[in-house]
Design a protein around this ligand. Sequence first.
Ligand code: DGP
Length: 115
Amino acid sequence: MGSTIFSKIINKEIPADIVYESNDILAFRDINPQAPVHILIIPKIEIPKISDVNSAEHGIIISKMIDVANELAIKENISDDGFRLVFNCGKNGGQEVYHLHLHLLGGRQMKWPPG
Ligand code: DGP
């Protein structure tokens, strides 16, 4: 089972710097960090992208992902100064991996508008 590189990380078939794991959520450091702290928070169930979120069960997963992001922001000491949470969605959103993931970025001043 599993169609993306993130499924292989979930199944421990390829290594990742895992910073959080529960029965339904995994978080690990991005291989190509865009900030001093750059962590990806993913559900273990396969949801390709945020626009596929369409049920109460999915809503619970999204809520848990945000809880994990907030916990990790505290642990990584980026909560007080602030951070950014991002879901890239589809081609124009810049999504490369079609397994839902929440980017937690922090440790530097973010710019707006994003590129
Ligand atoms: P996105 O563009 O939103 O789909 O972001 C995908 C992110 O996943 C990108 O920032 C790089 C990261 N990534 C891709 N492959 C791997 C991998 O094998 N390991 C880790 N740790 N991160 C990966």
